[in-house]
Design a protein around this ligand. Structure first.
Ligand code: KMH
Ligand code: ZN
Length: 285
């Protein structure tokens, strides 16, 4: 079976420090999280940043500090968010691409987001994608609804994107497609050939969606951005959420990818040279 790529999304833009004591606020705290989730078995870290007071920021200098903090502590693939937070301008969201992370997200269409609207019109998507192409940043296509796959195909026709790509289905956002096994299977069937995919189930659907992906041969995203609980009423840490997926994969006899194996599976270039720390193998806790 293909090694399992576990992405961790530890921070997000919507979560507040009042909701959980496990939210990484400073770059140093994010570096700590990177070390712990790497030890637990993650290979990609999806990055949002916070100011010292816990509020969300997409400041380039803060992302730079976060990038280096993660690099100091791990060999994880660093994936920046270009989704940012509701209400940010497209320019603010895309500015962090100039730091040339290995990967960054590209949400492939507008979607209701609770009572808000997460805006991703074609001009916004084109603008972000052009910057990604300019800086050599690999997109991860964020799919919140089935029409987002059609949008990505249209971007391909326009010559801005080449398939196959790595896709992340974000299921269960109020306003997006529900998190169900049937919807997941339907989305996977609609993908262009040879795409790799992961699923991020929101809230209590994180675990069932992870289990479905494991059974289907897909990949998994977990982390506090999508779900703050380990079980009903019990707050989770990011490393616990990763470790649980590793245990489930182990039961299935599915190996867990190291970051370098994930790079190979995703067709990314070799790990950036500045990574020099000696890195532990994932533990099957
Ligand atoms: N914060 C959401 C509005 C991404 O990171 O690319 C968007 C989001 C997606 O989190
Ligand atoms: Zn995000």
């Amino acid at each position: 079976m293909e090694p399992l790529i576990i992405t961790v999304a530890p921070v997000g833009a919507e979560l507040s420090p009042e909701q959980t004591p496990h939210l990484a606020v400073t770059p140093a705290q994010l570096g700590e999280v990177a070390r712990k989730v790497r030890d637990a078995g993650a290979s990609i870290i999806h990055v949002h940043c916070r100011n010292d007071d816990g509020t969300n920021t997409h400041d380039v200098a803060r992302f730079n500090a976060a990038y280096h903090a993660v690099r100091e502590q791990s060999d994880l693939i660093v994936q920046f968010s270009t989704g940012g937070a509701i209400g940010m301008t497209p320019e603010e969201r895309a500015a962090v691409l100039e730091l040339r992370p290995e990967m960054a997200t590209l949400t492939c269409g507008t979607v209701n987001f609770g009572d808000d609207v997460f805006e991703n019109s074609f001009p916004i998507m084109r603008g972000i994608l052009k910057k990604m192409n300019e800086y050599g940043v690999r997109p991860e296509l964020e799919i919140f609804d089935k029409g987002h796959i059609s949008n990505a195909r249209r971007l391909e026709k326009e010559g801005l994107l080449k398939f196959p790509q790595h896709v992340d289905f974000v299921l269960g956002v109020p306003g997006g497609l529900d998190a169900s096994v049937q919807n997941l299977a339907d989305l996977v069937a609609a993908l262009p050939p040879r795409c790799t995919w992961s699923v991020a189930g929101i809230g209590r659907m994180q675990l069932p969606m992870a289990m479905a992906a494991l059974a289907m041969g897909g990949h998994v995203r977990v982390g506090l951005e999508d779900n703050i609980y380990y079980s009903k009423g019990r707050l989770a840490t990011n490393e616990e959420l990763v470790a649980r997926v590793v245990r489930l994969a182990d039961e299935l006899g599915r190996p867990v990818a190291t970051p370098d194996q994930a790079r190979e599976l995703l067709g990314l270039a070799r790990r950036p040279r500045e990574l020099s720390k000696s890195i532990a193998a994932p533990t099957q806790a």
